[in-house]
Design a protein around this ligand. Structure first.
Ligand code: XMP
Length: 518
C-alpha cells in the first residue's frame, strides 16, 4: 500500500514493537515496522514517511554489539523535515548519537510510574499531569546531550521525556504503546497526527477500496484460487477478492472429514446463501481416513493430512486452467516475524495451515492482508458484511480433529469427539463465555475407564475439555470455567454421547504444555 501516508517504526527488538504499529493504526494512520538492520537513510526516505519512531529494545546503547543506525537521526529532522520519536532504547540511542551519556540506571525501573509534565508540548496535548506510565529499563540518560531539554520526569527518571530545542525530535523513557500507560495512545496520536501531520485516512473503507484496486491491477483478467479453510482470514480474503474480481475467483473448500460438526456445511451456506459467492466443496473425508488408518504418531498424521490436502486441492484446481494466483490470508505479524531483527521480537512460527501449496503449484501469491493485524482483518470483515458470529470464531488447526483424537483416527472416534465438542462449544456460547476464550475444544482420549450407568457397569472413553486464553497462541493459560458449568458439561456429555463415560478439564498452561494435545 505504497500510496498511504505512513509512520515508519524502526525495530530494535522490543517485544512490544508491534503494539506501536497497532496504536498508530488505531488513530487512522498507516504504520510499518522496519528492522533496524534494514533502516538505511536512503531506504527510509524512499518510503517517504511522515514520521519515524525508534522502538525499544533489550540492548544497551553503549555495548559494543548494540544495534545502531548508520545515520544520525538529526539528519531526518533537520534536512528532510521528518519528525522522530525515540521510545526507551530509541530515546537512549538518539541521546547517545547526540553526545549524551547513557549508563546503567541507579534505580532500574520496571512497571508503573507517575509522570509529571514540566513543559507544555504538542506530544502531551490533552494529557493530564501526573499520568500513569509504564517503565521497563535498566539504562538511563545521565547527562542530556546538547540542544535537548527535559519535558517530563518521574520520581526515578529526571529525563522521562525529552525534546530537541530546535528540531522535531522527542524521546520517551517509558512505553506509550502498552495498555498500562494511561495516556499512551493519546501521545502516539499526538505524534502521528499533530506533530507528523498525518491526516488519518487509514480507515476500513479506505483499506478496502485501495486493496480492491491493487488486486484488480495485479490480477488483470486471470484467475485466483482460494483455499477456504473455514477460518476468519481466508474467508474475509475471499470476500474481499470477490469484490475486486468477481467470477475470476474460484473458492475451494476441502472437507477433510476431520472438521467440527456441521463445519463444512456452514462454510458452504455462508458463501452460497449469505454472500452469493460460488464455492466448490470437495468431500474427501474417505480418502483422508483411509490414509490415516492405523496411524498414531501425531507428526505422521500431520504429514499425511498435509500431502493429501495438496493432492486433493491440486486435482480440483486443475479444473480452472485460467488460474495464475493463489490467495492466502497471511497477516502482518507472520510477515514481520519471518524477517525481524534477532532479538526477543523474533519468534518462530511452526504451524502453517496450507503449507506447500504455492511451491508445488507454481502460482503467484495474492495476500491482501500482508500489512494487517488480525483485529484489522476482523474490522474489514465486518465492513464487508461477514457475520459477527463468524468473525469471532476460535482458531482451528489445519489437521483438524485428527490431532484431538489421541491414537488412531477412526470414523467412530471422530463421531464421539464431534458430539462432545459440539456440546462444549454450544454451552460456552450459551454462557456468554465463548468470546472470552482464545480456543476451546474437546479431546478424545481413547483409553477406557470404568463407570456405572443405571444398574450396569460401563467401560468407555475419556473426554478432556480444554479452554485457554492467549493473545497469539505462543503462550496460553487455562480458563477458569465456573464449577457449575463444568458440572453441567460433564453431565451432558456423559449422558448424551454414548461411548464417553468420564470428562476431565485440562488445567495446564502453555508452557509447559501446548494448546493442542498432539
Ligand atoms: P500448540 O498446540 O502448538 O498450538 O500450542 C498453537 C496454535 O497452533 C494451532 N496448531 C496448529 N495449526 N496446523 C495448524 O494449522 C497444526 O498442525 C497445528 N498444531 C497446532 C493450535 O490450534 C493453536 O492455535
Amino acid at each position: 500500500m505504497t500510496t498511504h501516508e505512513r509512520i515508519l517504526i524502526i525495530d530494535f527488538g522490543s517485544q512490544v514493537t508491534q503494539l506501536i504499529a497497532r496504536r498508530i493504526r488505531e488513530c487512522g494512520v498507516y504504520a510499518e515496522i522496519v528492522p533496524c538492520t534494514a533502516a538505511t537513510l536512503d531506504a527510509l526516505l524512499e518510503a517517504r514517511p511522515r514520521g519515524v519512531i525508534l522502538s525499544g529494545g533489550p540492548a544497551s546503547v553503549y555495548a559494543p554489539d548494540a544495534p545502531r543506525l548508520e545515520f544520525d537521526v538529526r539528519t531526518l529532522a533537520e534536512h528532510h523535515a521528518v519528525p522522530v520519536l525515540g521510545i526507551c532504547y530509541g530515546l537512549q540511542l538518539l541521546a547517545y548519537q547526540a553526545g549524551g551519556s547513557v549508563i546503567p540506571a541507579e534505580r532500574r525501573e520496571y512497571g508503573r510510574a507517575e509522570l509529571f509534565i514540566d513543559r507544555t508540548d504538542p506530544l502531551f496535548e490533552g494529557v493530564p499531569s501526573p499520568t500513569v506510565v509504564w517503565m521497563s529499563h535498566g539504562d538511563a540518560i545521565s547527562q542530556l546531550p546538547e540542544d535537548y531539554e527535559p519535558i517530563a520526569h518521574t520520581e526515578n527518571a529526571p529525563y522521562a521525556a525529552i525534546r530537541h530545542q530546535r528540531l522535531p525530535i522527542w524521546g520517551l523513557q517509558f512505553h506509550p504503546e502498552v495498555h498500562h500507560t494511561a495516556d499512551g495512545a493519546r501521545m502516539l496520536e499526538n505524534f502521528a497526527r499533530r506533530i507528523a501531520g498525518a491526516s488519518g485516512t487509514w480507515t476500513p473503507e479506505h483499506i478496502i477500496a485501495s486493496t480492491i484496486e491493487q488486486i484488480r491491477q495485479r490480477v488483470g483478467s486471470r484467475g485466483v484460487l482460494c483455499a477456504l479453510s473455514g477460518g476468519v482470514d481466508s474467508t474475509v480474503a475471499a470476500v474481499l477478492i470477490h469484490r475486486a474480481i468477481g467470477q475470476q475467483l474460484h473458492c475451494i473448500h476441502v472437507d477433510t472429514g476431520l472438521m467440527r460438526a456441521g463445519e463444512s456445511r456452514t462454510i458452504e451456506q455462508l458463501f452460497r446463501e449469505h454472500f452469493d459467492i460460488p464455492i466448490t466443496v470437495v468431500h474427501a473425508g474417505e480418502l483422508f481416513l483411509e490414509r490415516l488408518r492405523g496411524v498414531t504418531d501425531p507428526e505422521q498424521k500431520r504429514k499425511i493430512i498435509g500431502h493429501t490436502f495438496i493432492e486433493v486441492f491440486e486435482r480440483e484446481a486443475a479444473r480452472f486452467p485460467d488460474v495464475a494466483f493463489l490467495a492466502q490470508g497471511t497477516l502482518y505479524p507472520d510477515v514481520i516475524e519471518s524477517r525481524s531483527v534477532a532479538g526477543p521480537s523474533a519468534t518462530i512460527k511452526t504451524h502453517h495451515n496450507v503449507g506447500g501449496l504455492p511451491e508445488t503449484m507454481n502460482l503467484q501469491l495474492v495476500e491482501p492482508f500482508r500489512e494487517l493485524f488480525k483485529d484489522e482483518v476482523r474490522t474489514i470483515g465486518r465492513a464487508l458484511g461477514v457475520p459477527e458470529w463468524f468473525l469471532e470464531r476460535h482458531p482451528f488447526p489445519g489437521p483438524g480433529l485428527a490431532i484431538r483424537i489421541i491414537g488412531e483416527v477412526t470414523p467412530e472416534r471422530l463421531e464421539l469427539l464431534r458430539q462432545a465438542d459440539e456440546i462444549f462449544i454450544a454451552e460456552l456460547r450459551a454462557a456468554g463465555l465463548y468470546t472470552e476464550i482464545w480456543q476451546a475444544f474437546a479431546v478424545l482420549v481413547p483409553i477406557q475407564t470404568v463407570g456405572v450407568m443405571g444398574d450396569s457397569r460401563t467401560y468407555e472413553h475419556l473426554c478432556v475439555l480444554r479452554a485457554v486464553t492467549s493473545t497469539d497462541g505462543m503462550t496460553a493459560d487455562w480458563y477458569p470455567l465456573p464449577h457449575h458449568l463444568l458440572g453441567r458439561l460433564a453431565n451432558r456429555i456423559t449422558s448424551q454421547v454414548r461411548g464417553i463415560n468420564r470428562v476431565c478439564y485440562d488445567i495446564t498452561s502453555k508452557p509447559p504444555a501446548t494448546i493442542e494435545w498432539e
